[in-house]
Write a protein that binds this ligand. Structure first.
Ligand SMILES: Cc1cc2nc3c(=O)[nH]c(=O)nc-3n(C[C@H](O)[C@H](O)[C@H](O)COP(=O)(O)OP(=O)(O)OC[C@H]3O[C@@H](n4cnc5c(N)ncnc54)[C@H](O)[C@@H]3O)c2cc1C
Length: 408
């Protein structure tokens, strides 16, 4: 019987532990927090967007030339859903996003805890691993409490840098770097974007269905549609999360970055000009701001009028000339938000960068630098888009590593 240590009792580590124990291994989980799986509980706003039925390579990011799709193809969405279904999780599908039918992230952790108990897996909480040494074909796992235990195989599942309050620090990267692995520079992703543009404050608390495009040094990088949330210091919401990787990377590289905000993505500028004229014909006695009431959100109207630089919003709308109307239409199609970084790892949902995956055999998740050592999840240089992709990466790599550590 093999003795296997799992360093980190998060999403990928728990799946790896269950898989290895089912295959007959004697498994011990080391978790530095007082409970396993704390991060799972907050995923998907407490509902756990556990995966996505639409898995494609373009939704995952890595700096490796070889890409990172092999583990996602080997242990695909249906394999993951079957794993959880066997534990009791029924699926709820919203568009392509998958949640547990209970809509409780705690269900995902609960069923794994029950299985961990049933399999007799040892769980050591409040136990941070600070050293890994390979001696005489065995791994010595050193903990912060000064103890050393010996194992045949080790799986490092220590997670990334995002949301440090939920247990992640840099210790996992350091353990692996001491064994010869290299780290691709990390930066936060799936995170609020910080912007000094005055309209953020003006529209604070407002949600607006829009199209947002991100430019780095004037080159268009990505376009997304959806509900944007304005905050005191910037922009948030699902489409912004999808742009945040580009924003965060450009901030890291000190490159100029901006977001174009299109309030009326289904309209052309010409359509908008025609509509403004139509409304003018019906309401020529109104003020400029009142001309838009019932068509646009009031605070958005103020931002558009300010950005168009056409004078006072309470001026009579009959003062509007063709040039001003064109400018209003232009601003409805594009308000520019300067990007000044993100809210950082503290508020991020995932980590871009990490341990280089060219140093990992993606068929087994085994390290190419150290024997009988496996690496899973977010600590690796792979991150997915918002939408269940990061957990899919965690589950897929956990299943593969658990199986390989127990059998190969
Ligand atoms: C707020 C929030 C919401 C999210 N929502 C979603 C979502 O809906 N869908 C989605 O796909 N993804 C989501 N994610 C991302 C997803 O949770 C992570 O990508 C995933 O949990 C990573 O799994 P992991 O096993 O690599 O690491 P983690 O789940 O982070 O687990 C790592 C564990 O290792 C422990 N650890 C670290 N170092 C040591 C050490 N030295 N010794 C012992 N233990 C250690 C940590 O305490 C932690 O418990 C969200 C993330 C956040 C922060």
């Amino acid at each position: 019987m093999r003795d296997i240590a799992i360093i980190g009792g998060g999403a990928s580590g728990l799946v790896a532990a269950i898989t290895a124990a089912r295959l007959g291994s004697n498994v011990t989980i080391f978790e530095r927090q007082n409970r396993i799986g704390k991060k799972i509980l907050v995923t998907g706003n407490g509902r756990c967007n556990m995966t996505n039925l639409n898995i494609k390579p373009e939704y995952f990011h890595t700096s490796s030339q070889k890409g990172c799709f092999a583990p996602l193809a080997k242990k695909d969405v249906e394999t993951v859903l079957a794993f959880f279904n066997e534990l009791g999780i029924e699926r709820l599908v919203e568009k392509t996003k998958v949640y547990p039918a209970s809509e409780q992230a705690s269900s995902i952790l609960d069923v794994m805890r029950m299985e961990i108990e049933r399999l007799g897996i040892t769980v050591k909480v409040d136990t941070k691993v600070i050293g890994l040494k390979y001696k005489e074909n065995k791994w010595q796992v050193e903990t912060e409490t000064g103890e050393t235990e010996v194992f045949d195989r080790v799986i490092v599942s220590t997670g990334g840098m995002a949301a440090p309050a939920l247990g992640c620090d840099h210790s996992g990267y350091n353990l692996l770097k001491k064994l010869g692995h290299s780290e691709i520079e990390t930066f936060p992703t799936i995170v609020h974007i910080v912007s000094p543009t005055k309209y953020c404050k003006m529209m604070k608390g407002m949600r607006f269905k829009a199209e947002v495009s991100i430019f780095v040094e004037n080159e268009l990088k990505r376009i997304e549609r959806g509900e944007v949330l304005f905050t005191e210091d910037g922009l948030s919401g699902p489409p912004i999360f999808l742009l945040s990787r580009v924003a965060s990377e450009s901030f890291k590289d000190r490159k100029a970055c901006k977001i174009h905000f299109d309030l009326m993505p289904d309209w052309t500028k010409e359509d908008l000009v025609a509509k403004i004229y139509e409304r003018l014909a019906n309401g020529s006695s109104k003020s400029i701001e009142d001309l838009f009431v019932g068509w646009l959100n009031k605070r958005a109207i103020m931002a558009v009028i300010k950005e168009a630089n056409i004078g006072s919003p309470v001026a009579p709308c009959e003062n509007l000339d063709y040039e001003m109307i064109e400018r209003l239409a232009e601003c409805m199609k594009c308000i520019v938000f300067k990007v000044e970084g993100t809210r950082g790892f503290k508020f991020a949902q995932s980590t871009a960068g990490g341990i280089c995956i060219d140093e990992i055999d993606l068929e087994t998740m085994a390290s190419k630098k150290a024997p009988n050592l496996y690496v899973t999840g977010e600590v690796l240089d792979v991150d997915g888009d918002c939408g269940g992709y990061n957990l899919q990466w965690a589950w897929s790599t956990g299943l593969i590593a658990g199986e390989a550590a127990a059998t190969v």
